[in-house]
Design a protein around this ligand. Structure first.
Ligand code: GLV
Ligand code: MN
Ligand code: MN
Length: 412
């Protein structure tokens, strides 16, 4: 089998997809079910059709592009990732796994390889939590981690329900039909940029993921009392933003003092109402993201946050309401796919290391219903979720080559 990656085409496709954005280049912003997301989906489907793949979309917009194998009854070998992007993002998060996955399939077709298992590219809906508050919406539904009933209750930042938003975007089927049947996948492999600095620092071109860390998130609403910034004296204040400030630092401290470097906590959103220079903040909304490779340690931090909310509320006489959006288990990757990836690296004489994924991915949920592993490539300075995110062409091509080889091994 002579596998060659069409480097120029793959790189120009990454640029083309990046140009479909709500923000000026080089910034990529592509929030699920907005016009840019819908345009990017249509563009991707055209590329999949051009490649001779049969495309279907489910009720939440997960997109499957299939190359039929010689045994139609055999379970599917899947690959893919996401094309939605958080506000102020870069070109590579998710996209490398989608366009690299497509190019891996094209490379296999060009080589004359004939798979026994069908090979399917999967583009997940809303891996990013920007619009509906929880990440991996598509894969949560596919895997049954999120029930259709719970999904129907989700609302976006403007209060619109997922049901309305997806139907307006043209996805009209029933959410109950999204869950994949048991045994659908023989294997699932996701190619992704590392989103951390380890591969680059060690000058190693590939990482094989053995475990995905456990994410959790909260929305916290603090209600104090507002008033005139001149008239209300300090002893009489119940400033919601001062309470939030205390809480944010306590969250940082809880992660820093967990006893392990693997605990991380971030307050990424702080909305202040009414947001006037001469008005005491009466209401603050925070979003909190907590992760750890160890679930129990992550949950201890969550308990500390809860206890701190109670004490700040009592001390400052503000109301604090905290809503748990998700608290997911970590996932272990499947030894047989780790071995298939390792074998492909060795075959192409490429160095690799085992790694933990500290970011979450749709593979976290696919691991509940299928044997899963991930392949990481380096990204400059470890930067991700920012416009200067960058993966070098050679690394993208190497990752795509190893992915193609692995898909061949798994689908024979
Ligand atoms: C995925 O985008 C994550 O936040 O880990
Ligand atoms: Mn991301
Ligand atoms: Mn991603």
């Amino acid at each position: 089998m002579n596998l060659t990656i069409d480097r120029d085409r793959l790189l120009s496709e990454i640029e083309a997809l990046a140009s479909i954005s709500e923000a000026e280049p080089p910034v990529v912003t592509r929030i699920v079910f907005t016009p840019s997301d819908l345009k990017a989906r249509a563009w991707m489907i055209a590329r999949c059709n051009e490649a001779g793949l049969a495309v279907r979309q489910d009720a939440v917009g997960n997109t499957f592009a299939r190359w039929n194998g010689s045994d139609p009854a055999a379970p599917v070998v899947g690959t893919g990732s996401h094309i939605d992007a958080i506000p102020n993002a870069g070109k590579y998060d998710g996209v490398v796994g989608v366009l690299g996955g497509l190019e891996a399939i094209r490379a296999l077709r060009r080589s004359g390889f004939r798979p026994r298992h069908s090979i399917e590219l999967l583009i997940f809906t809303s891996e990013e939590p920007t619009r509906f508050g929880i990440g991996c919406l598509g894969s949560r539904l596919l895997s049954g981690a999120l029930s259709p009933n719970a999904a129907r209750k989700l609302t976006d930042n403007d209060g619109a329900t997922l049901e309305d938003v997806r139907r307006r975007a043209g996805f009209a089927g029933e959410l109950d039909q999204v869950t994949l049947p048991a045994g659908y996948h023989e294997a699932f492999v996701e190619l992704h940029i590392e989103q951390g600095p380890l591969l680059e620092r060690q000058q190693i071109p590939l990482g094989i993921v053995t475990k995905i860390a456990a994410p959790a998130s909260l929305r916290i609403l603090i209600d104090g009392s507002g008033g005139h910034a001149g008239g209300v004296l300090m002893p009489d204040r119940h400033d919601a933003l001062c309470a939030a400030a205390e809480l944010i630092l306590a969250i940082e401290n809880a992660a820093r003092t967990s006893g392990a470097i693997d605990t991380v906590a971030t307050v990424g959103i702080c909305n202040v109402f009414p947001g006037a220079v001469n008005s005491i903040p009466s209401r603050v909304r925070l979003s909190v993201d907590v992760r750890d490779t160890d679930r129990q340690r992550r949950d201890l931090v969550m308990h500390t946050i809860d206890a701190t909310c109670h004490s700040i509320s009592a001390n400052r006489q503000v109301e604090i309401h905290s809503e748990l959006l998700n608290a997911d288990a970590p996932a272990d990757c499947a030894p047989e796919i780790i071995e298939a990836l390792s074998h492909s690296c060795r075959k192409h004489e490429l160095n690799f290391i085992p790694m933990v994924s500290r970011a979450y991915h749709d593979s976290l949920f696919m691991a509940r219903i299928a044997p899963v592993a991930m392949l990481f490539i380096p990204c400059r300075n470890g930067y991700s979720h920012r416009p200067d995110e960058y993966a070098a062409p050679d690394d993208i091509v190497r990752g795509t080559l190893v992915l193609a080889e692995t898909l061949a091994t798994l689908s024979r």
